[in-house]
Design a binder for this molecule. Structure first.
Ligand SMILES: [Zn+2]
Length: 296
């Protein structure tokens, strides 16, 4: 299918973190050792920047404050290439493992640092491992109070570890005691009556490409932008292997060499841009009623 027959522009996102900072490695690579681990993130972000540039696409880079503080040039390169910088928190602490007070500090400090580096307002947030789950909605109120305008943490699926099963699977407005927040969930599709993830990440590496493409085609046919995500380490087959339990090892390391070829296909077939560019005209919560997808 050509680009011309798919006029809907979808959303491309990157969770900017090191290969050793993933939630499933928390017990094996303590924060105290992060500074001594081999760094891969700068090179891998460059691979993604090159990929996007070749396809004339833009993306939103949900970046860890830790990464921005240690490698400020990464944030500057991302912003300099016209992409959006957003927050992935500072310490990659899951919302299920923190307190409201610590969460507020995490999203406040990362926002402030990233804004200093990128030169534009940081208005978007994605929780590590999509960890705003039922019962943790206080995080959404804190995001509103701290000046965020949208969130991309509610994964509308049933899954152990994360998921917000009853959230609408399309961009929508969340009305909270603190105000309004746009929610832009990762892409999903329905197979045999079950909603399954099809947004990228491990699903891109381990699911057939046709399933991922189907989610973007279905949404595109309804003129709904679907959200793709990837991590820099997922385009790095040469990353050092860390000793972790076998299931974690399979989930993290399998299919790494398949990511880039699949992303080439996806970017050749569909248009992608950043949240900020896609929704610039809806950026004011006061006009949230104008949000075009809330009823979808
Ligand atoms: Zn992450």
């Amino acid at each position: 299918m050509s680009l011309e027959s798919q006029p809907t522009t979808h959303l491309f996102s990157v969770d900017v973190e090191e290969h050793f900072q993933v939630s499933s490695f928390e017990q094996h690579v303590p924060q105290a050792s992060w500074d001594t681990q081999p760094s891969r993130v700068a090179h891998n972000v460059d691979v993604l920047l090159d990929l996007l540039a070749r396809h004339g696409a833009f993306g939103t880079f949900f970046t860890l404050g830790w990464v921005g503080a240690k490698y400020p040039e990464i944030v500057r390169r991302v912003a300099g290439a016209g992409h959006e910088v957003a927050s992935h928190g500072w310490w990659h602490t899951r919302v299920t493992n923190t307190t409201p007070e610590r969460f507020r500090e995490d999203v406040r400090s990362s926002k402030r640092l990233l804004e200093d580096l990128c030169g534009h307002p940081v208005i978007g947030y994605r929780a590590p491992s999509f960890s705003i789950v039922p019962g943790r909605e206080w995080a959404l109120d804190i995001l509103i109070e701290e000046g965020y305008r949208y969130d991309s943490s509610l994964f509308p699926i049933h899954r152990s570890g994360y998921g917000y099963p009853h959230a609408p699977p399309v961009p929508h407005v969340l009305r909270r005691p603190s105000g309004a927040l746009y929610e832009i969930p990762p892409a999903t599709t329905v197979v045999a009556g079950v909603r399954i993830p099809a947004a990228g990440g491990g699903y891109l590496r381990q699911f057939p490409f046709g399933l991922i493409r189907r989610a973007f085609r279905e949404n595109g046919a309804l003129a709904i932008p679907a959200m793709f995500y990837i991590h820099p380490w997922e385009v790095d087959p040469g990353q050092p292997r860390i000793k972790v339990p076998w299931l974690t090892r399979i989930r993290h390391y399998r299919g790494l060499s398949r990511s880039l070829p699949k992303m080439e296909r996806l970017l050749a077939e569909f248009r992608f841009t950043s949240v900020a560019k896609r929704f610039a005209r809806f950026a004011d919560p006061e006009i949230a009623n104008a949000w075009p997808f809330a009823r979808a």
